[in-house]
Design a binder for this molecule. Structure first.
Ligand code: NI
Length: 172
């Protein structure tokens, strides 16, 4: 089922999400709904608070349409109660967008690589090491679970600007 995506300035986007304690079919339905919702919105990442569920659940996925973009492929990944366990000291600046801030993008500096621990929707432990677009989107979505949007951590002195292209990579 496609859910409504909350947009700024909805206050639920700025509240911390609660850890998941029960890995039941309701959780798996939420993940399935989030995936359907993200596909329809042509996004590459979505966090549960964006559909009004203040739970620590996120998904990411990107299947490039063109071969030239294949380096950025992100396998479908659903993470429950994720936490960042390591970040690389080297950082990189990238443009980000967000389905909760439609039509805008902004420059954000984040660690180039991250390691993340969490659980699958069926309760198995999972560990992920990610860099590039994959690592970037995961960090963006984990921020959502802490009630933080990328617009709050823009490169100092920079501002949001209207998106020029409609590439799916512009929407998280
Ligand atoms: Ni977002």
């Amino acid at each position: 089922m496609i859910r409504q995506i909350l947009t700024e300035p909805d206050e639920r986007l700025h509240q911390p999400a609660e850890p998941v304690t029960v890995f039941d079919t309701a959780l798996q339905t939420l993940v399935s709904d989030m995936r359907e919702t993200m596909h329809q919105a042509r996004g590459i990442g979505l966090a549960a608070p964006q559909v009004g569920e203040l739970k620590q659940v996120l998904i990411v996925e990107y299947a490039p349409e063109s071969k030239a973009d294949e380096v950025d492929t992100i396998p479908f990944t659903a993470l429950v109660n994720p936490r960042v366990t390591w970040t690389s000291p080297d950082k990189v600046e990238m443009w980000e967008g967000c389905l909760s801030i439609p039509g805008m993008e902004g420059a954000v500096i984040r660690p180039r690589k991250v390691r993340i621990k969490g659980y699958t929707p069926t309760g198995e432990k999972i560990q992920i090491k990610a860099s590039g677009l994959f690592g970037r989107v995961l960090q963006h979505e984990i921020d959502h679970l802490h009630g933080q949007l990328y617009s709050q951590i823009l490169v100092p002195g920079s501002k949001l600007r209207p998106v020029k292209s409609d590439k799916p990579t512009d929407h998280e």
